[in-house]
Design a protein around this ligand. Sequence first.
Ligand code: ADP
Ligand code: ASP
Ligand code: MG
Length: 453
Amino acid sequence: MNVLKFGGTSVGTVESLKNVRSIVEALPSDTVVVVSALGGLTDKLISTARLAADGGDWKSEAEAIATRHHIIIEELVREEKKIATLDVVDSLLDELKRTYEGVSLLGVVPAKTLDVIVSLGERMSAPIVAGIIKNGKLHNSLDFIKTEKWFEKNIADAVLTHDLIVKEFAHTNDGPHITGGFISQDRDSGEITNLGRGGSDYTAALIAAALDADMLDIWTDVDGFMTADPRIIKDARVLPTMSFIESMELCTFGAKVIYPPTIYPVFHKNIPIRILNTFNPSAPGTLISDSSDANEYPVKGVTAIRNTCLVRLSGNLTENVAQINTRAYNALARNGVSVFLLAQPGENQEFSFAISVADRPTATRVLNEEFAPELIDGALSKISFEENLSTIAVVGEGLKHLKGLNGRIFNTLLRSGIKTQACSEGNSDTTSSFVVEEKDTVEAIKAIHGLFF
Ligand code: ADP
Ligand code: ASP
Ligand code: MG
């Protein structure tokens, strides 16, 4: 059986939902379908919450949200399911209005309230899609996608979730089966949580892995995984195949096609992923599996992570590079901060690495604690942070065979007038990454994409 995931781009309009319907209705009855909220709705739910907190006119926004759902139900939900679907969606719309009302009285949006507000997107889209598809059976993902607390984040409780998915989908021959992505429930408190923005992909992967699916199909609005973000590079190419590792690296370094945590559960079970276009269903798409055609396409793509913060440790540290990096890396990881680039050490024993700007406050605290002895005895003179940067990554399993790669990248950037602030040390076999000023992001991607494609 296959698990399919349709993103917001695919469930945004009456027209796109007709495509979803014809794709799903042509598949066997054991198919499981994961859907996102209607396109752009999650952003709208969040901005309306902020509007309510700021005393703005949230009521007309809430009205527009209601109308959008009503139109789709009216136009597409099957006659026999219309009344029941409308009942469900209307009671969720009531919950949304009551919650906004509360936010407007409070004048702030507490994090847990925002989690409830954003959950309503998928809690409404799933019953609607189930009502559109012939014989569609609705499953409530809050019953089986469970999270636990990890520092300030909610992460999937993989074991519990696996067992609950197996139970939930024990009999699947009477489908197709429809469920909402992204949303989850805290296993201890029962509160509504989510898997992070873009998390519907991850829901689908958890289901595919637990059910030992044959394939995970991610349906979106482009013809496949491309050599760069098509919004930046107009002539970016669709890649016919890529390896799990390559897709993992590209997504970790900012390619928006798949939410990064998605790949691990299916990779672990060797379940291939296809990236397919809801608006062009006959296009072959991209097949992501355990093999890479590294000979034909040594480089698979160029991506960027904006909001990079470069952390610098400077002083007269006596430990070697590996020891310092390991200490910093582990201390940050223990506190939920991921380091996506360890830079080659500069002159004067300066160590730098890249984190996300959002993690800067935690990193400041953690590094000051970890290196307190060195800060006191003077071996470390300062820990500094630089912002307004982007990390650019070039990814491909064939990179390791390309001679003088970093030099070529440096020179290409230099010719475009872009200065490289830091460069990854001892590249992984598949990724070479470097930091540039944020204002140069688009130019850097264009220059490097031009070099390889
Ligand atoms: P969905 O709503 O289907 O989850 P997303 O917006 O999350 O869609 O992801 C699809 C978008 O990712 C595409 O519309 C495209 O603009 C963007 N994108 C960024 N990088 C790439 C890439 N390398 N290949 C294809 N699409 C990319
Ligand atoms: N609706 C959620 C979001 O916009 C989840 C998703 O689309 O994958 O982030
Ligand atoms: Mg997405």
